[in-house]
Design a protein around this ligand. Structure first.
Ligand SMILES: Nc1ncnc2c1ncn2[C@@H]1O[C@H](COP(=O)(O)OP(=O)(O)OP(=O)(O)O)[C@@H](O)[C@H]1O
Ligand SMILES: [Mg+2]
Length: 256
């Protein structure tokens, strides 16, 4: 199977700190991959590089066979790369439906999408259908007209995921989708991941390793900006270097 995403010696420096250090990461079409690692090991920075939020200091990123290293974030979304944020990022002052539709038309693949949404009925119907489907998938369809500020944190996270789903991604990058959620809400997100994973590739950054180990087919462990170890999740978690770097420092985080 061909690589959907691959990075070559991807590096990000912040002054003296090398947050991502010569990372060679790859993801196949349809694959579900997990990234774990201690706090500050470079996981979110790697997502920021993949999604174009930061320019790399060195290295290359290929997506769908194209070099996207210098392509801006919105164009990467247009190519099929969607992401969520470690801290949920939705507009509290808008309704659930407004958040969804506005984000979706903003990022739809063709440049004319905002105009075509308002002036082309067929176009509008497609966007509305996609948004409705994703709201139903995450179970928020009854809250479509609620103000987003009224949602629980878990519901806001579901809304953020719904925005990603409505973009019909080829890959969805989820940055700690379970953090801050109750056990019940965690169950809901995991169930959703199981239901959608056949449709596109997923990369999940997560500290709650035990929750994602059965979902991911490949696990990468980051430490101090580098990929320390990667491969079959069970094998990776047995690796003595992984146990030392991760469990040594983060036992409480990892065990939940
Ligand atoms: N915009 C920035 N400017 C300066 N330093 C940054 C910036 N973003 C991240 N860093 C630093 O880069 C390193 C990696 O941070 P990053 O957020 O990628 O870690 P992480 O693995 O996601 O950690 P966590 O598990 O706590 O979310 C940290 O030392 C962090 O302080
Ligand atoms: Mg992070």
């Amino acid at each position: 199977m061909s690589d959907l995403i691959s990075t070559q010696d991807l590096t990000k420096r912040f002054d003296g700190l090398v947050a991502v250090n010569q990372v060679n990461f790859s993801l196949q079409e349809g694959q579900v991959a997990g990234i774990i690692g201690p706090n500050g090991s470079g996981k979110t920075t790697l997502f920021n590089l993949l999604s174009g939020f930061f320019p790399p200091s060195a290295g290359r990123i290929t997506f769908c066979g194209k070099d996207i290293t210098k392509i801006p974030p919105h164009k990467r979304v247009g190519m099929g790369m969607a992401r969520t944020f470690q801290l949920v990022s939705v507009f509290d002052s808008l309704t659930v439906w407004e958040n969804l539709v506005l984000s979706t038309i903003r990022f739809k693949r063709d440049q004319q999408s905002v105009q075509s949404f308002f002036f082309a009925p067929a176009r509008k119907r497609i966007v509305v259908d996609d948004c409705l489907k994703s709201l139903e998938l995450v179970g928020l369809e009854k809250k479509a007209s609620a103000r987003t500020s009224e949602l629980s944190y878990g519901e806001k996270r579901m809304l953020e995921i719904a925005i990603g789903l409505s973009l019909k991604p080829r890959v969805l990058l989820l940055d700690e989708p379970l953090s801050g959620l109750s056990d019940h809400e965690i169950g809901g997100v995991l169930d959703l991941i199981h239901r959608v994973k056949k449709n596109f590739a997923l990369v999940i950054i997560e500290h709650k390793i035990s929750k994602i180990v059965s979902v991911v087919k490949k696990l990468s462990v980051m430490n101090e900006g580098k990929i320390l170890c990667e491969g079959d999740p069970e094998q990776v978690l047995r690796d003595p270097a992984v146990r030392e770097c991760y469990w040594g420092k983060e036992e409480e985080n990892c065990s939940t």
